[in-house]
Design a protein. Structure first.
Length: 347
């Protein structure tokens, strides 16, 4: 848990909740922050004594400082991990979700929950994900990748790129880091003159930035557990988009499980979610997010796949599981069992 991405706080909240849930099922659990090492029970209590997820993500300077500790900490804890039955990955974003930690565990022969290193990297890269969605007949919004000079307010090359992007995608557009989560660094741009600053802001969080056609519509999500689709959920945020504050601050969004859509629509979006899951070679569990357009026939557009979705009190996949009659401790245990069974069968 924890880690050094902009989603560090969310990961700590997820990890602490998973730790308690698995202990409640009789398992022996050791909590590890990849940036700071093994957490004692007193450390856990200190974190739980205050709101773990802050109103805004940690600063880049703070994350960069902690990032230098990741490899030394992992070197210290790897020997002890070899005695574990399984490593439950409660990391979000960055090295925890982009396949880096997964590759390290693979090299050490240590089993872990969720997708493998290749699938994790594919899903984390929104550009590559979209190409695979298109090839597997999962519709997604049109997009272009920003050039480095697109974030400059002045300059002929930047202006030409921005004019071309708007000509292709129209307005509004969504600007976001290609390899981040929790809508960190994301903006909805409605005016051409605001595009450069939005791109520059997104480049603060990643070395690649995506500009995507904005799909007006309803926000839907489908959890996948052991390749089976959970009940579809709808997110109704207080803000225009389901941003960081709406995701992790109580009362900032309404989540409805199951979503108020027809049985036929439910079947279609669940099949699209399973198709996206297979296209990215995911395993174990994931969450696939969609927009249901308010124009035309209400088509579904896949936004992205989350290989290590949030497990906090306000997170979506635990709510989807609850709608299917699966308690949170049972959900955590099933994720563990799926991972162990996959390893035993060589999947």
């Amino acid at each position: 848990m924890g880690g050094t991405s902009a989603e560090r706080d969310v990961s700590l909240a997820s990890g602490l909740r998973v730790t308690e849930a698995l202990r409640s099922r009789g398992h022996e659990v050791v909590a590890i922050d990849t940036a700071r090492g093994t957490l004692s029970r007193d450390d856990e209590k200190a974190l739980l004594a205050k709101p773990v997820v802050q109103p805004t993500p940690p600063s880049q300077a703070e994350l960069q400082r902690m990032a230098r500790e990741t490899l030394p900490q992992m070197q210290r804890v790897l020997p002890s991990l070899r005695d574990a039955d399984i490593v439950f990955l409660g990391l979000h974003g960055g090295a925890g979700e982009d396949g880096t930690i997964q590759a390290l565990l693979d090299l050490a022969g240590i089993p872990y929950t969720g997708s493998g290193h290749l699938a994790s990297a594919l899903a984390m890269d929104k550009d590559l994900s979209k190409h695979l969605f298109v090839q597997n007949e999962v519709r997604t919004a049109e997009w272009v990748m920003a050039t480095p000079d697109a974030g400059a307010e002045k300059g002929k090359a930047g202006k030409q790129f921005r004019d071309g992007a708007i000509a292709k995608l129209g307005l509004p557009v969504v600007v976001k880091p290609s390899k981040q989560g929790s809508t960190v660094g994301l903006s909805v741009v409605k005016r051409a003159e605001d595009l450069a600053s939005a791109v520059a802001e997104a480049f603060n969080y990643d070395d690649e930035v995506m500009i995507e056609r904005f799909i007006a519509g309803r926000e839907l999500t489908v959890g996948i557990l052991d390749e089976e689709a959970l009940p579809v959920g709808e997110i109704i945020p207080k803000h225009e988009i389901y941003d960081y504050e709406c995701k992790y601050q109580a009362g900032m969004a309404v989540e409805e499980f199951p979503a108020n859509i027809t049985a036929a629509q439910t079947s279609v979006v669940q099949e699209l979610a399973r198709r996206a899951f297979r296209a990215l070679k995911l395993r174990g569990y994931a969450r696939i997010d969609f927009r249901m357009s308010t124009q035309g026939n209400g088509e579904f557009f896949c936004l992205e796949a989350n290989t290590l979705p949030g497990m906090t009190q306000t997170s979506l996949i635990p709510q989807a599981a609850a709608a299917a009659g699966i308690s949170f401790p049972e959900l955590c245990e099933r994720i563990v069992r799926v991972a162990l069974e996959t390893r035993e069968t060589g999947g």
